[in-house]
Design a binder for this molecule. Structure first.
Ligand code: KIV
Ligand code: ZN
Length: 505
């Protein structure tokens, strides 16, 4: 394929996606998502905003150490200390990029930046020049380009190209534009830039048009698209990677010779991993990765699909790596079968991780007759994103949930090799569980969100619990629990959030 026709996929799940309310991830989780994005074949992984916090910096640094195919990108405002932090955070990456941004719309310049247009140009140029002292690959974004004057955009772009920017991003930051408008603006800017740099787009979804706008941009000269898995992102989210990629692939009659480097068979595993980690499930009717995306409910459709799949399916589930939710393994399955199935699902575990995951699988197989792919995915995600267990749940005993009774929870938690046992009563069993954990661990947690899902079929399905807890008045942190017993999974999730809190501290 001619590399002039590639549409670069720039994934910002770990940066803009993480700005989605409640989607914050710990470092181990970010690393696993980055590794999966690399497997998916994204060209650029925007790993975070290094100056935001030491935790963000550290996550980008650790991702940079492990990613060797995709370019690792770090975001910075047009401020020296941000740019320096961005450069330091990706110093170890094999392929690296600094992404600087500055707003160019009248409303942002007047009220947010309090800067005149010529000051904005000057600051943008200084920032790009400074970023270039660290590395060759520098991207510049005109924040709120969607509402910026097109002639001013041309002035800014011209100036930053001369300063050395290789990629020029045109974000529709507030998701305001319609596809025909985006198409026309990108065409005009692309003609103006005339091959001196790559034009990129970054569309938000406030009017539900982020994907349509991205495709219109591609048809008019954009050669990089910024997007996120499952369309995660600020407010209504960003353009969904899976939708853009599958539209380009499915409609080659329109887009050829353009293509992406994405291995579409990794789309479903990536989507699943992101929703397992963030606790944010896509809506069932979400295109490509929603639970119902390939379900045919009506008799007429079912009949048609049985006769010829193409009557009602424009994409085969296997194209995105969605095999049937196989009944895979049971308690008699050996380590080899387990490893083999994980391999088919795209997981390559280190020996130590594999051993621990296998131990957990055996325990699970004792509790649950049939183990499905979704059970395995959840089990492995728990294993590979594990952070240091400052507190570890050992046992949990509950009584009494009868009306009129006094619900209480007795717990044993391991902390620094010491086993601590205590009990508490509460308004309900869950309240009792949280109270006793707070007391044993000497914290004060405020539960902000609680979600439980059955992972697969059957009465004995694994319960996947996700909690969001704000400890000691801090920001909410996600915790996951996975067990055949919902209350045990709840305690695991709460302690998981606490361990994340400890590791961030
Ligand atoms: O939406 C936006 O404008 C952004 C920039 C930082 C690229 O996320
Ligand atoms: Zn954005």
């Amino acid at each position: 394929m001619d590399s002039n026709n590639i549409i670069k996929i720039f994934d910002t799940t770990l940066r803009d996606g993480e700005q989605s309310p409640g989607a914050s991830m710990n470092t181990e989780e970010k690393i696993q998502i980055a590794l999966q994005l690399q497997r998916l074949g994204v060209d650029v992984i925007e790993a975070g905003f290094a100056a935001a916090s030491p935790g963000d910096f550290d996550a980008i640094r650790r991702i940079s150490e492990q990613i060797d195919k995709s370019t690792v990108c770090s975001l910075a405002r047009c401020v020296e200390k941000d740019i320096k932090a961005a450069a330091d955070s990706i110093a170890l990456a094999r392929h690296k990029r600094i992404h600087v941004f500055l707003a160019t719309s009248p409303i942002h310049m007047e009220y947010k930046l309090k800067m005149k247009p010529d000051e904005v140009i000057k600051r943008a140029v200084q920032a790009v020049q400074y970023a270039k002292t660290f590395m060759e690959d520098v991207e510049f974004s005109c924040e709120d380009a969607g509402r910026s004057d097109i002639n001013f955009l041309k002035e800014v772009l011209d100036a930053v190209i001369k300063a050395g920017a290789l990629t020029l991003n045109i974000p529709d930051t507030v998701g305001y534009r319609l596809p025909n408008e985006i198409g026309a603006r990108i065409k005009e800017l692309s003609d103006f830039v005339n091959g001196r740099a790559i034009i990129s787009v970054h569309n938000h979804n406030d009017l539900g048009l982020a994907v349509a706008n991205s495709l219109a941009a591609v048809e008019n000269g954009a050669r990089q698209v910024e997007c996120t898995i499952n369309g995660l992102g600020e407010r209504a989210g960003n353009a969904a990677l899976e939708e853009i990629v599958m539209a380009i692939k499915t409609r080659q009659d329109v887009f050829a010779p353009l293509y992406t480097n994405i291995n579409t068979k990794e789309i479903y595993p990536t989507s699943k991993l992101v929703s397992l980690i963030t606790g944010i499930e896509s809506q069932p009717n979400k295109a490509i990765v929603g639970k119902n995306a390939f379900a045919h409910e009506s008799g007429i459709h079912q009949d048609g699909v049985l006769k010829n799949k193409e009557t009602y399916e424009i994409i085969q589930p296997s194209d995105i790596g969605l095999d049937k939710n196989h009944l895979v393994l049971g308690k008699h399955s050996g380590r080899h079968a387990f490893k083999d199935r994980l391999h088919t699902l795209g997981y390559v575990l280190k020996d130590e991780e594999l051993n621990e995951a296998f131990e957990k699988f055996k325990i699970l197989a004792d509790q649950k007759k049939e183990i499905f792919d979704d059970d395995l995915r959840a089990l492995v995600a728990e294993e590979i994103t594990k952070i240091p267990q400052v507190f570890e749940l050992i046992t949990l005993q509950l009584s009494d949930c009868n009306p009129g009774g006094v619900p209480n929870a007795a717990i044993t938690i391991k902390h620094k090799e010491e086993l601590i046992t205590d009990a508490a009563i509460g308004n309900g069993t869950m309240d009792a569980v949280f109270k006793v954990i707070d007391r044993v661990c000497n914290v004060s947690g405020e539960l902000r969100d609680y979600k439980v899902d059955a992972l697969s079929q059957g009465k004995d399905a694994l319960a996947k619990v996700i909690v969001k807890v704000a400890f000691d008045g801090g920001k909410p942190i996600i915790g996951h629990g996975l067990n055949v017993d919902t209350m045990y999974a709840t305690a695991q999730a709460y302690i998981g959030a606490l361990n994340s809190y400890m590791s961030m501290k």
